[in-house]
Write a protein that binds this ligand. Sequence first.
Ligand code: SAM
Length: 232
Amino acid sequence: LYLDQPLAAGAAVPTSPGQAHYLGSVMRRAPGDAVLVFNGRDGEWEARIEAIRKDRCTLLPERQTRPQATVADTRLLVAALKRDAMEWVVEKATELGIGTIQPVFTRRSVADRVNTARLAAIAQEAAEQCERLDLPRIGAPQPLPALLDSWDGVPLLVGAERGDRPPLARIAQGLHAPWAWLVGPEGGFDRLELDDLARRAFVSTAGLGPRILRAETAAVAGLALLQALAGD
Ligand code: SAM
């Protein structure tokens, strides 16, 4: 369970009303039962339920079960996709351990707004389910040129579905985290965007095989591959 509170032995912490409902009514937990909690800073703790009723629950952290690990800030930059696809990508990228999910507006993005609060809630649920000890950061959506102009130089691999581009697996072999993976919208990047990307020294375009993948498939397949070969 994610708690946005400091965790220390013997210092009681309240859950949110939603978490209290989940623990009491869905999981049928009672006072004295143990729950694992994390806050993204203090590692994982075993906590006892001190008191629980309907929408209120207090937990008492007892002992740390895992320390907080430091992980590199790997990043997924994904064009604003239709809502369902975007939510699926956030869930899967969180399970795969991504550090930052950055929605990007491109010239062919179909969505013109992104509900980042909803994405953050999905990321939190996915983090709890897969037992990672931090939450990915969901960046405020930005237009692609602005993002590239303020880029900090981390290697940025761009999924390109056509043309002469090396396989992502080959590029990933020479990389170490942190890295970033950029995937275009349903309609792909346009020529001007591809030209702009090609001019940037930190960018490499990369392929995931000869088939045209859905943006969400490309996002997750690229992450799995980069994580396996380049780390974190
Ligand atoms: N509408 C485009 C077309 O038919 O040419 C396809 C765009 S594709 C659905 C969306 C995004 O997924 C692309 O911008 C690219 O970033 C990524 N992508 C899809 N297939 C890929 C592949 N085989 N290799 C690398 N990236 C791919």
